[in-house]
Design a protein. Structure first.
Length: 430
């Protein structure tokens, strides 16, 4: 471990990325005073594998596992699915499965994803006469498309590639800027690397064409042309009656009126979507950033889903969300579990994956709203929390269920009470 001139620990480590994993871990062990058991835990790469982990990101010293679960009962576009979900939050998978069971009638949840269009952006500063320059760029659109498509002949051969160009003049505190949007059909990839390459390729041509300097050349994660939609129509009797349906609509209306509620409403949607994104090794940060931007597209943060009663008294739900996902390239192909997850769902295209994710997001949202207006959201959470506390307290076998049920029955769910109950049972059994 290095120290600075004052004798303090120093995080400035030259060439850390070039040091073998064991040496990196040795440095961290000394820095944090990790025990041998803690080091061994970090070195448990599980189903990822050490070599794979080291190819995915830099400075690797270990791996961290999350539970891989299956949500059941889903019927989407009249087809049944088992849905892999990876996350740490209790009750989400159970809630999704229960919601899917209730939403199976009439073919289940319907969903549709748009074409897989991503936006590559070039931002230019110091452009003379930017409004005139924007017209000049549009007149040379096909030259720009040819340059972009020359970077990925394979994508073009599959029907994808750069398809259109948009230009805007925007005002910044540093003066006017030109925003050139390159519309790219990425087919079954998430597409960030492809789009970044294309944006970088057209930047020099733009500089020669209109002058100025290209400042940024990068994909936009605001994937407004890659929207997925899901909708469902269900009889109130299937979900607990007309009163429950009315309350769900009330909860939806509240989210539409109050951003404080809308944020948590959308978190419920993303519980399902991000769990699938993690299971299939998607860029979940890009998905969330795009989703929240889309929720704010009208100038105020709104829910991504809406629930109403139709003219016949059926509960109807609708979700619209941009989803930038892929089934080829990147971590999707690198991570072995991601491939298994796609195989479990039988997914072959990015559009189908987006449709599944949107449908699960809508079901997860329904589950959260129904719980909120009936038993309360903590009911399912606390049951699983109580079980976790019983295990942490040292309970094993049938004692786990006994202590869990006792905590719930007495309304005292805490680690200290779990320890006390365990001691009581051990004392009476000896």
């Amino acid at each position: 471990m290095s120290v600075d001139s004052l004798g303090s620990r120093c995080s400035r480590i030259t060439g850390f990325y070039n040091i073998p994993l064991e040496e990196r871990l040795k440095i961290v062990k000394e820095w944090a005073q990790l025990s041998d058991d803690e080091v061994a835990t970090l070195l448990n790469f599980g189903n990822l594998g050490r070599k794979t982990a080291e190819t995915m990101i830099e400075n690797v010293i270990g791996a961290m596992s999350y539970p891989f679960a299956i949500a059941v009962n889903f019927r989407i576009n009249s087809r049944d699915y088992l849905v892999p979900m990876v996350l740490e939050e209790p009750s989400v998978v159970a809630a999704a499965s229960n919601a899917a069971r209730m939403l199976r009638e009439n073919g289940g949840i319907e969903a549709e994803a748009a074409r897989q269009i991503m936006i590559g952006q070039v931002y230019m500063m110091k452009v003379p006469s930017p409004h005139y320059a924007s017209m000049k760029i549009l007149r040379h659109k096909y030259e720009l498309l040819d340059i972009a498509n020359s970077t990925n002949k394979t994508l073009v051969s599959m029907g994808g590639g750069a398809k259109d160009v948009e230009v805007r003049v925007i005002e910044t505190r540093r003066g006017p800027a030109l925003a050139i949007n390159l519309m790219v059909d990425v087919v079954d990839a998430m597409g960030a690397n492809t789009v970044n390459t294309m944006a970088e390729a057209i930047a020099p041509y733009l500089e020669k064409l209109v002058g100025g300097e290209a400042r940024l050349r990068i994909v936009s994660n605001y994937a407004i042309y890659r929207v997925a939609r899901a909708w469902v129509r269900i009889s109130p009797e299937s979900i607990g009656g007309r009163d429950v349906a009315e309350k769900i609509v009330d909860a939806s209306a509240i989210a539409e009126a109050d951003p404080f509620r809308a944020v948590t409403h959308n978190k419920g949607v993303l519980n399902g979507i991000i769990a699938i994104a993690l299971a299939t090794a998607q860029d979940h940060r890009a998905i969330e950033a795009g989703a929240h931007a889309y929720a704010s597209r009208d100038g105020i943060y709104k829910p991504l889903s809406r629930w109403d009663l139709d003219s016949e008294g059926y509960l109807v739900g609708f979700l619209e969300i941009p989803l930038q996902v892929g089934v080829v390239g990147g971590s999707v192909k690198t991570h072995p579990v991601a491939q298994i997850a796609l195989k479990i769902m039988g997914v072959k295209t990015a559009r189908e994956l987006a449709e599944i994710m949107a449908a699960v997001g809508l079901a997860q949202n329904f589950a959260a709203l129904r719980a909120l207006v009936t038993t309360g959201i903590q009911s399912g959470h606390m049951k699983l929390h109580a079980r976790n506390l019983a295990i942490l307290a040292g309970a094993k076998g049938e004692l786990v269920d006994i202590i869990t049920e006792q905590m719930i029955k007495n309304g005292k769910i805490s680690f200290d009470y779990a320890v006390q109950l365990l001691k009581n049972y051990e004392r009476t059994s000896t």
